[in-house]
Each structure stands twice: as C-alpha cells, then as structure tokens.
Design a protein around this ligand. Sequence first.
Ligand SMILES: Nc1ncnc2c1ncn2[C@@H]1O[C@H](COP(=O)(O)OP(=O)(O)OP(=O)(O)O)[C@@H](O)[C@H]1O
Ligand SMILES: O=P(O)(O)OC[C@H]1O[C@H](OP(=O)(O)OP(=O)(O)O)[C@H](O)[C@@H]1O
Ligand SMILES: [Mg+2]
Length: 281
Amino acid sequence: MLRLAVPNKGALADAAQTILKEAGYRPRKDSKELVVIDPENSCELFFLRPRDIAVYVGEGTLDAGITGRDMLFDSGAPAEEVVPLGFGGSTFRFAAPAGRYGSAADLSGLRIATSYSGLLGKYLADEGIDARVIKLDGAVETAIRLGVADAVADVVETGTTLRNVGLEVFGEPIAHSEAVLIKRSGAPETNGFQQLIRRLQGVLVARDYVMMDYDIRAERIDEAIAITPGVEGPTVSPLHREGWVAVRAMVPRKGHQQIMDQLWEIGAKAILVTAIYACRL
Ligand SMILES: Nc1ncnc2c1ncn2[C@@H]1O[C@H](COP(=O)(O)OP(=O)(O)OP(=O)(O)O)[C@@H](O)[C@H]1O
Ligand SMILES: O=P(O)(O)OC[C@H]1O[C@H](OP(=O)(O)OP(=O)(O)O)[C@H](O)[C@@H]1O
Ligand SMILES: [Mg+2]
C-alpha cells in the first residue's frame, strides 16, 4: 500500500488534487476529508499541511508527498525531489521599500523577516551574510511597516502582494520553486511508487503535448519530419492518393500554431491538432 501526502490547503492544494485525479487516484469528497483510502490503486492519501509533508516523508512515515521545493529545502528533512510537477511556480526573494537596498550583502547586521527560516538561514550562511532572521508564520510583508524587520524574504509569484504594501524585490532570487514529488532520501522505489511516477509523468506529457496529423507530398517528407520530429519519430503511413503520405507526431502544445504555419509553407494539407487525454511514454 503506497502512502502519499497531499497538501490539504494553500496554494498547491487544488492543483495537487487535480493532477492526482488525472493520474487516476481517488479524489477526496470534500475539503474536510483528511484520509482517503483508494483500494483500486493500493494507495492511501493523507491530506496534510504542505509545510509538514517533507517532515512525514523524511521520517519514513509516508512513502511519498507533494510539496513545494522551497518547503522541502526549508524543512531540512532527509527527503529528496523525484519529479518536478510544473505547477505552483514561484521565486523566493528579498524585498524592502523601493530603492533602500541593492543586494543581499546590504543586509549585514540587519533584521530579515520570513516564514522560511531554514531556507533563508542556509542562503545567508552560504553567502557569508551576518543578518538576524525573524521567524514569522505568514503575512511577513507587514513586518517592515510594523518595525519588526528591515527587509523580508518571501514567496513571490505575481508580485501583487508586495506591490500592495509598497515593497520591491531586490538582489538575486534566493530560490526557484514549484510543486515537486518527494521521497525519503535514498529510499528504494517500490512498485507502487514507480507507478505513481509513471502516471504523473504521463499527465505532464499529456498537458504539454498535442497530437498533430497532416498529409504531405512524399518528396517533402524529410522537411516535414525536421519540423515535427515527434518524441521517438513520427508515424508515416501511405495515403490513398498517389505521391502523398500521412504523418502523425506529438508536438509541444506551446508553439503548435507556428508548427502548423511551417507545415503549411511546405505544402502540408489537412493539418489536424487533437488533445492527448492520457499517455504513457
Ligand atoms: N502565490 C503563490 N503562487 C505560487 N506558489 C505559491 C504561492 N504562495 C505559496 N506558494 C507555494 O506553495 C507552497 C505552500 O505554500 P502555502 O502558502 O500554500 O503554505 P502556507 O503558507 O503554509 O499555508 P497558508 O498560506 O494557507 O497559511 C510553497 O511551496 C510556496 O512556494
Ligand atoms: O506574488 P503574489 O502573486 O502576490 O504571491 C505571493 C504571496 O502568496 C503567498 O501568500 P499566502 O496567500 O500563502 O499567505 P501567507 O503569506 O500567509 O502564506 C506568499 O506568501 C506571498 O505573500
Ligand atoms: Mg502561504
């Protein structure tokens, strides 16, 4: 039985639930359900705070979990990233009132408020910056106005939260984060865990690729294949029309219109694009 930790609330909860559902796991009925037993997939899903997930997985209490890369680093738990999941993207950055500081080095001797003290502490130590870390639980952006800190280090996605309180990012990003699948460091991958990885990777490919079909004159097939090389090579079949072939290839969803333009330029006809519902490469 695979025991999997899933964020129960916060920025990652809905997208984590969606990707698991698309991967064929049983969804929870309502947001109050804390454990879901999924006998068909030999899996138990535990809905936990994203911050605690690396701790459970690092202790070996649970086999796998979905959390943010920043929270994994912050926890210091003996857990490791296995698959980046392509949602919950953010950066972790310093911010302060506009123009006050130019780089992290300017923070020596000052106070920095954050709810990621592990992540920030490691960064400051690596960079040799001697600043005081003020650990808060959330809404750290207000700490400067209230005189508790000189700068903050926090999650930034659109930057709206910072702008709303008159703060600006400065210095290099401390970390780039997204939702990740994690396991205990060095733990062997059981069959159930490998199946979870294959299913999640299948969903990610189905999200990122579309299927493209088109007809092309046989003498232009090499040019066409250069435009749509597919993942392991396109399928080329004879067409019931002298001198023509049919081609089928997976292409990245992003930019598929440009690919259609290029195919049209070399004389392709009947170019069709269809969504991939699920896949296993
Ligand atoms: N606005 C956002 N956009 C993208 N990712 C985000 C955003 N806010 C948080 N995250 C990411 O989501 C993960 C969990 O953070 P979240 O804010 O959901 O937890 P929390 O602060 O403990 O909970 P809550 O905000 O509900 O109190 C982190 O990895 C973080 O980087
Ligand atoms: O750049 P933005 O798009 O504005 O997003 C970033 C904000 O989102 C998160 O806050 P959350 O709502 O989780 O509150 P919290 O600070 O209490 O965790 C994060 O802590 C930032 O404050
Ligand atoms: Mg938050």
